[in-house]
Design a protein around this ligand. Structure first.
Ligand code: GDP
Length: 455
């Protein structure tokens, strides 16, 4: 499932309810009721949902909005801003490029120590591996420290992860050491190595929040003095994740939370409300069992995705990390100039195909979200194959000037690609929609983009 899938659907439904010819106060009130319902069904705490809709309503009803030229757009804008604020972002901040090091708060120089804690099974050790992988990729050499002396297999698990991502792991014999000692010596080892930029301490978990655990973690916090402490919590546990964040924050003063298993059957409530309830920002979300299943969490981007505006920024950054930077830069420039052709479309499709699950990636593209939804059983890779075949059957002239494709050309392309003529027609329509939207989006800030999508 895509992040916040059903919440996103419900919220968009509420927004389209408001998006009517003549907007009255009663319509807005009914729409806000739907918004509150969407939040509650996403498992957001009652108080948080009530405060949210109250804030939106206060701004939305009243002459300034209702008598404005496009009141429903203004209301979507208000919801967007409040959603960003709810998740801990600043709707007025400039667009920030995403970086793992920035999310962690890696210092300009020297060694940054990051302490990772969480309950057993939350995904802490896995997340340590994911962070190490991402940091290494970005050129910040990490060192993993196996300070979970509680769970017998934890040290071996971290060693295996370290091997997988090619990152050194510092360990000690649990029989002759303590968690504090392992962490202290691990930091020393990082300083001795010289090239290490981030030390990741994988501390012990317990089945529940208990005094023993908090004592152990507080001791590490005091004696090792990490630069940042992150809690790893399982998003599937909903409000329990929020409550454990509260408890850990009281003992440790957390700098961030990582919510794992966001790819699972979570309703998203924890991610929506953890900042509002605990004051601790959500820094990353875990989106899969494999080591690339980690995403930096940016409230503004996420709010855009939830409201259906797509998140081109994340998509392009993801693509850039995985692909030829020059080619991507060229494509972005072409988009910005409005010169996005069918050939670029084909290239983009091919690259998107390489990015993994088509469906989840397509959801990030404005206008493509619904396409991904159309037929849940459709095999996206096969779809990409058909698109390739159709574009492959066109002449170069047709690819560059799709407007010239008339009925007879359409039939020729269809038979060349082994598809029905109406499929060629649909491809051209999708492409037109996409390139038009890209033209509008490129170069605009998130807020403008939201407006562009809705307008
Ligand atoms: P720890 O006890 O907190 O160290 O938990 P582990 O790192 O051993 O993870 C517990 C289980 O959760 C393992 O099966 C992981 O593969 C799984 N897991 C961790 N993060 C994610 C995630 O983001 N998505 C999914 N689907 N599974 C995850």
């Amino acid at each position: 499932a895509a992040l916040f899938e059903s919440f996103s659907e419900r919220l968009q439904k509420a927004m389209s309810f408001i998006d009517r010819g003549r907007l009255t106060e009663a319509t807005v009130r009914e729409g806000m009721k739907q918004v509150r319902q969407a939040l509650l069904e996403a498992d957001v705490a009652y108080d948080v949902a009530r405060d949210f809709t109250k804030r939106v309503s206060e701004q939305a009803v009243g002459d300034r909005v209702l008598k404005s030229l496009k009141p429903s757009e203004q209301i979507v804008g208000i919801v967007y801003r409040e959603l960003v604020a709810l998740m801990g972002g600043d709707p007025d901040s400039e667009f920030q490029p995403s970086s793992v090091a920035a999310q962690i708060g890696v210092k300009r120089d020297g060694v940054t120590v990051l302490m990772m804690c969480g309950l057993q099974g939350a995904g802490k050790t896995t997340t340590c591996g994911k962070l190490a992988r991402a940091l290494k990729k970005d050129g910040f050499a990490p060192l993993l420290v196996a300070a979970d002396l509680q769970r017998p297999a934890a040290i071996e698990q971290l060693k295996t992860l370290g091997e997988q991502v090619g990152v050194p792991v510092y360990t000690e014999d649990p029989a002759n050491s303590t968690p504090v000692k392992v962490c202290q010596n691990g930091v020393k080892e990082a300083q001795r190595r010289g090239d290490v930029r981030v030390v990741i301490l994988d501390t012990a978990g317990r089945l529940g929040v208990d005094e023993d655990l908090m004592r152990e973690l507080s001791a590490i916090d005091r004696k090792v003095g990490p630069d940042a402490a992150f809690l790893v919590a399982d998003a599937m546990t909903g409000q329990d994740a929020v409550n454990s964040a509260k408890a850990f924050n009281e003992a440790l003063e957390l700098d961030g939370v990582v919510l794992t298993k966001m790819d699972g059957d979570t309703r998203g409530g924890a991610a929506l409300s953890i900042k509002a309830v605990t004051g601790v920002p959500l820094k990353f979300v875990g989106t899969g069992e494999t080591l690339d299943g980690l995403e930096a969490f940016h409230p503004d981007r996420m709010a855009g995705r939830i409201l259906g505006g797509g998140d081109m920024a994340t998509l392009l950054e993801k693509a850039q990390r995985e692909f030829d930077a020059d080619e991507m830069a060229e494509q972005q420039a072409r988009m910005a100039e409005g010169k996005f052709t069918l050939l670029d479309f084909q290239k983009a499709m091919r690259q998107i195909g390489k990015l993994g699950s088509m469906r989840s990636v397509m959801k990030m593209i404005p206008g493509m979200g619904q396409l991904a939804e159309l037929d849940p059983e459709a095999d996206m890779d096969r779809e990409v194959g058909r698109v390739n075949a159709m574009i492959g059957s066109m002449t170069q002239e047709e690819r560059l000037n799709p407007d010239r494709i008339d009925r007879s050309r359409r039939n020729r392309i269809a038979s060349g690609a082994g598809v029905q003529p109406h499929e060629v027609h649909k491809l051209l329509k999708d492409f037109k929609g996409m390139s038009g939207m890209m033209q509008n989006m490129a170069g605009l800030g998130m807020r403008d983009r939201m407006a562009a999508v809705k307008g």
